[in-house]
Design a protein around this ligand. Structure first.
Ligand code: SF4
Length: 396
């Protein structure tokens, strides 16, 4: 285990309030100095990170040199999707390079204030498929349970920008109970995806109440959590949290990763804690122009994920949310990325490329076409290198 990881584990399991051994990286040390009286122990505390999220131009401009385009974005974003960046995630930003992939995902730009044709407020049609507040029921055997409206960092391309960041409400118990009742009374529901907002911004106590209640429903056989926190605020993954998860095993986790720069030692440590606790992890990646739309970047990300025991699962075409044009790529870019991964690297490193059918069509997989022709029981196929092969069906 790396030196940093060892130190964090000692801190989290120690009864002593202060570990003198906590070492921050040079980038973290640079950022913590902008927070008066903050200590390395504060930096390791996820609640301190949440309380001190960067939400104003004043604070942000101390950490990075803002461009006019970013200044206009920060000034105008509050009516749309507020800005929020944990100090840890801000420490990954290049202070001088506006093309830094971390910066482009988290700092608003003036471009997001412009709406383009075919963009929508609710591109996945979730509200139209919501039988009770907080639940989206699109497929017969599974539901999406949106348990809160707060995230650590507001991704500038967020599909749920219509609901997250707005007052950061947590649903009340009555709303949760109505959702549980709906799930209880629909015996076909075997799979619940807990998402939000980001569920890991909730306390362990509230999370346990949600998980425990779901696990007590006999027909719910599969519970998963969708989160970006292990990436934007890895301090949140504590021994206490994973110990609680372990009680309700199996719990699966889908983690939103977009760039290899996000896979830091802290993130590796968080994923080690999760994996060592028996939590299978898959990744979800949004394809974003100028951030991860190059084959080399995406391949590197997938390799880094395998190294931290996260199985690449989905690459999403960026949803046509209002103000997303500057993030969106042609569909062909995603297909080409998959083409350049499949056969060219480990199969485990090849996620499925999907588009959420705009307006509520659900996930539609897209793949390069390897079938040259298929007729009269004869399939002519090309392999990853372009060589042609023939497969004959058995007699029918
Ligand atoms: S973490 Fe997810 S829900 Fe939250 S802002 Fe990012 S994309 Fe949206």
């Amino acid at each position: 285990m790396n030196q940093q990881g060892t130190e964090i584990r000692e801190l989290q399991t120690s009864d002593s309030p202060v570990s003198p051994k906590v070492n921050l990286t040079s980038k973290e040390n640079r950022v913590i100095t902008f927070f008066k009286d903050a200590t390395p122990l504060d930096w390791e505390d996820w609640r301190w990170q949440l309380r001190n999220r960067i939400r104003t131009k004043d604070v942000l401009s101390k950490i990075i040199t803002l461009t006019p385009e970013e200044e206009a974005g920060v000034d105008g974003c509050s009516d749309k999707l507020t800005m929020s960046i944990p100090p840890y995630f801000a420490s990954l930003m290049d202070p001088e390079d506006p093309n830094c992939p971390i910066r482009k995902q988290s700092v608003p730009l003036a471009a997001e204030l412009k709406e383009s044709p075919h963009e929508m407020k609710d591109p996945c049609g979730e509200d139209a498929n919501s039988p009770v507040h907080g639940l989206v029921h699109r497929y017969p055997d599974r539901v999406l349970f949106l348990v809160n409206e707060m995230c650590a960092m507001y991704c500038r391309y967020c599909t749920r920008s219509r609901m997250v960041g707005d007052g950061e409400r947590t649903l009340n118990t009555a709303t949760y109970e109505a959702a549980f009742d709906y799930i209880r009374s629909n015996k076909k529901i075997r799979d619940v995806l807990i998402s939000g907002g980001d569920p890991l911004t909730l306390s362990d106590r509230v999370l346990e109440y949600i998980i425990k209640t779901l696990k007590a429903i006999a027909h719910v056989e599969f519970v998963r959590i969708g989160t970006r926190i292990p990436v934007t605020l890895p301090q949140r993954v504590t021994t206490e949290l994973v110990t609680m998860f372990k009680k309700y095993s199996p719990i699966w986790m889908s983690i939103h990763f977009n760039h290899p720069k996000e896979v830091t030692k802290r993130v590796k440590f968080a994923c080690d804690l999760l994996a060592d606790s028996g939590i299978p992890m898959g990744s979800q990646t949004v394809l974003l122009k100028g951030i991860n739309d190059k084959v080399s970047v995406m391949k590197k990300l997938m390799h880094e994920l395998l190294k931290i025991r996260v199985r690449p699962y989905y690459i999403y075409q960026c949803d046509p949310i209002l103000g997303s044009e500057h993030f969106r790529t042609p569909v062909s870019v995603g297909i080409n990325i998959v083409e350049k991964l499949r056969g060219h690297t480990t199969g485990y490193a090849v996620p499925t490329f999907v588009i959420d059918g705009p307006g509520g069509g659900g996930k539609i997989p897209l793949s390069p076409n390897y079938v040259v022709s298929y007729e009269k029981g004869k399939a002519t196929l090309r392999n990853y290198a372009g060589k042609i092969f023939t497969y004959y069906d058995p007699p029918q």
